[in-house]
Design a binder for this molecule. Structure first.
Ligand code: SF4
Length: 468
């Protein structure tokens, strides 16, 4: 058959194949509808703020809300006195510092702040607080137990986590590192992770001395808070170590203050230079970020991600599954499709760690598994996140489906981590208030609590799912 014959055959075949799918309804492309315009002017305090001011990262940092007085001033006339009183009780009892950027504040729906998924993550309210789970401990991932140098966690063979500093552009209620991040609160005195030349030098010396390390996460706190020369110092030092092959700067910045990428040229250029230097050395330097809800992605976010895309900087996302924030298939599907649309790879969804003071935000492993099942297939596999449990007690990230045992009545699930701590078992606990009455009654009795854990351990040993 000649090439013209084969072209004709292809055309004939295409004409005879019926369309498998009708064109989609425009509503199903909602992930492309990004909030634009001067949306911040809806908040009275920002009604006269120009676009140039709002895009200025220094203006954002300077006007961030850090106490109830500033919140009241920003929201004057927008919310009820009852809401402010409730927030005041939340500020007083929060284990985490509070810091909210004007950008975030203007994305909250102030006609219904009680239910708003962004407000829920950043502004505590006294009326939402629930008792902590009895098995909770402040450093639930036991990061400090695996620190050869203060602020460097070496748990996995080839990877280490460098907590370079203790501040962030915002503070999240659900932060796993509330044991160290932010200033002391009435509830918690923090473990010190300030920028310190001696601590950093010891960190670099340790990394240099361990040839098995190939991958370093630079976190904190948040890499957005590093000065440009600190981005450069960390990047150049780690790139100069032969066995380091991969680095990730971890920052929530793109989700809460994308303005910095657009207007802090020194910071963005410093990051770009490290990425380019890494590329010349055939090493990977990427940005890891943390979007949790589709409304956190706006036209400003897209402009910032476009700038990073133009510079060849890969961005990956890690979300935390939170009740009433993103605990539905529809919300999570919209989030991952929107992330893909702005060139951010959805990498992980974490089951919420057991963190002090935020039991209202956790949900059950069963809910996570249902959402994962519903989301998978909504977009390409490489843009579909893996649902993980960061096993309390230091087991590291486990695929949520890999539990050895899960009792939905007591809410106890059991995981193993053979490549991290062989022979150990790790336990994750659903929030008590979401358990059936029988499970809630058992947790109410202190004598039953350890029994439930032992029952789960015995069941996992008797009938392991993954080692059958
Ligand atoms: S930005 Fe990250 S480190 Fe900082 S408070 Fe939020 S979750 Fe914690």
């Amino acid at each position: 058959m000649s090439s013209s014959d084969s072209k004709l055959a292809v055309v004939a075949d295409a004409a005879s194949v019926p369309a498998l799918r009708p064109p989609v309804a425009p509503a199903s492309l909602a992930h492309r509808d990004l909030l634009g315009g001067e949306f911040w002017r809806r908040v009275p305090a920002y009604a006269n703020v120009s676009e140039a001011e709002f895009l200025d990262h220094k203006w954002q940092a300077k006007h961030s809300i850090t106490n109830i007085g500033k919140l009241l001033a920003a929201l004057e006339g927008l919310v009820s006195e009852g809401f402010i009183a409730d927030a005041q009780r939340g500020f007083e009892r929060a284990p985490m510092s509070v810091r909210v950027s004007p950008y975030l504040l203007s994305l909250i729906d102030w006609t219904n702040p009680e239910r708003d998924p962004l407000r829920l993550q950043f502004i505590p309210m006294g009326s939402r607080l629930l008792p902590d789970h009895p098995r909770l401990d402040l450093d639930s991932l036991h990061e400090r137990a695996d620190m050869p140098v203060p602020g460097l966690t070496h748990r996995y063979v080839d990877k280490a986590l460098f907590l370079a500093l203790d501040t962030c552009p915002v503070y999240c209620r659900f932060c796993t590192r509330s044991y160290a991040v932010g200033i002391d609160t009435e509830e918690v005195s923090k473990f010190q992770l300030k920028v310190n030349a001696d601590r950093w030098q010891k960190t670099f010396d340790y990394i240099r001395s361990r040839p098995e390390l190939e991958d370093i996460v630079i976190s904190g706190g948040d890499a957005f808070q590093l000065r440009p020369e600190q981005i450069t110092q960390i990047g150049e030092t780690l790139l100069s170590i032969d066995h380091i092959r991969r680095m990730r700067y971890a920052t929530k910045g793109p989700a809460v203050m994308p303005q910095k990428i657009l207007t802090d040229d020194a910071w963005t250029d410093a990051l770009t230079r490290v990425v380019e230097q890494g590329r010349k050395l055939h090493k990977e330097v990427v940005l890891h970020t943390h979007f949790n809800h589709p409304r956190e992605i706006t036209a400003i976010t897209k402009a910032a991600m476009d700038k990073l895309c133009e510079r060849g900087i890969t961005v990956r996302n890690q979300s935390v599954l939170q009740r009433q924030v993103n605990d539905s298939v529809d919300t999570m599907t919209l989030l991952i499709r929107r992330l893909g649309y702005v060139n951010v790879h959805p990498y992980y969804i974490y089951m919420h760690d057991l963190v002090k003071g935020v039991e209202d935000l956790r949900t059950t492993l069963g809910t996570g598994l249902t959402i994962e099942q519903g989301v998978r297939g909504a977009t390409a596999g490489f843009n579909t996140p893996t649902l993980v449990v960061d096993a309390p007690g230091g087991g590291g990230k486990r695929d949520a489906h890999s539990y050895e045992h899960y009792d939905r009545t007591t809410g106890v699930s059991v995981f193993t981590a053979p490549a991290v701590h062989p022979g150990e078992m790790y336990f994750y606990f659903d929030p008590i208030h979401l358990l059936p009455p029988e499970g809630q009654a058992r947790w109410a009795d202190p004598a039953e609590q350890q029994k439930m854990v032992e029952e789960a351990r015995a069941a996992a040993l008797a009938a392991p799912r993954t080692r059958a």
